[in-house]
Design a protein. Structure first.
Length: 133
């Protein structure tokens, strides 16, 4: 299970902690696959969102699927995560963990925009299982 990280550092969340958390989520899902997680700023995320989703605004997380050995690439906007953390009154470290879990589910093919609540239900169950509530 290979977890690759690129981009900005996250306050109060070491790279080791990020890798450990992503592994914990994948193990809980019984997935022995790799994932790449990139941390970017608003400007980069706006560009990616425009290019791949035709939306000229930032977003918190984009996920690009992989294959049977590599679940894909998760791109997290640190600026947006910081704003969401402030809105929810928790740390950016907690928000990034939420986004990693959310991105992993998307990378495995779940889609809350088109399913009937399955992804949201699984996400809530996983939050509890990995100690993220």
């Amino acid at each position: 299970m290979n977890i690759e990280l690129t981009g900005a550092a996250i306050p109060r969340l070491t790279r080791r902690d990020i890798v450990s958390f992503a592994r914990k989520v994948l193990l809980e899902l019984r997935q022995d696959i790799g994932v790449s997680i990139a941390f970017v700023d608003d400007e980069t995320m706006i560009d990616l969102n425009r290019r791949f989703r035709h939306k000229s605004r930032t977003t918190d997380v984009l996920t690009f699927p992989g294959d049977e050995l590599y679940s894909g690439e998760i791109i997290i906007c640190v600026d947006q995560a910081r704003r969401q953390a402030a809105d929810e009154k928790h740390s950016i470290a907690t928000e990034v963990r939420y986004l990693i879990l959310h991105g992993i589910l998307h990378s495995l093919g779940y889609d809350h925009e088109s399913d009937h609540g399955e992804m949201n239900a699984l996400e809530l169950k996983l939050r509890s299982a990995v100690g993220l509530e």
